[in-house]
Design a protein around this ligand. Structure first.
Ligand code: SF4
Length: 162
């Protein structure tokens, strides 16, 4: 009997330039025929308009966390995901999205009206400052080889492929 079980995944972006999202979609050029058989994409705004945040096996999260509402959303994703994987340097290290953390006081004062207007937090955070992160795909944008390894590992871990 063929195995119809699929890996339930979500792809999420926070404060960033979304280049890893572009890489993810480009990887589909080569991998969509195999992925369509093994992945149940529950949430990925770049791919579809119908998205649900329910029980996920793996959440791939790109970008740094720059506002309290983003923290709340990330915690919700964590709560609904068995594994959470940080995608790209901004998610893994905070940088380059977290550059404003290093601004001198006079520059911080100049940008303060923007922080207040858009309800940003005092500091831009990497994902593991907010939630537990199970694995990381570093790189700016993400290292494609490492991403494919992490995905393959998850497919095996959840019994989707041997
Ligand atoms: S890690 Fe680099 S490519 Fe990825 S979102 Fe941040 S700045 Fe963009």
């Amino acid at each position: 009997m063929p195995n119809h079980k699929k890996l339930k995944i979500g792809w999420f972006s926070f404060t960033c330039c979304e280049d890893s999202t572009i890489l993810f979609t480009e990887l589909m050029n080569d991998h969509w025929q195999e992925w369509v058989k093994v992945l149940d994409v529950r949430h990925a705004k770049v791919l579809q308009s119908d998205n649900v945040l329910d029980e996920l096996d793996v959440a791939f999260v790109e970008g740094a966390i720059s506002a309290p509402d983003q923290e709340k959303k990330l915690k919700e994703i964590r709560q609904k995901s068995k594994k959470l994987i940080a995608i790209g340097a901004c998610a893994v290290t905070g940088m380059p999205s977290a550059q404003r953390n290093e601004f001198p006081e006079e520059i911080r004062e100049e940008i303060n009206f923007l922080i207040e207007r858009f309800h940003y937090g005092d500091k831009v955070k990497r994902l593991d400052e907010v939630v537990k992160v199970d694995d990381k795909v570093p790189g700016c944008p993400m290292n494609e080889k490492k991403f494919l390894e992490v995905l393959e590992q998850a497919l095996k871990e959840f019994g989707i492929v041997n």
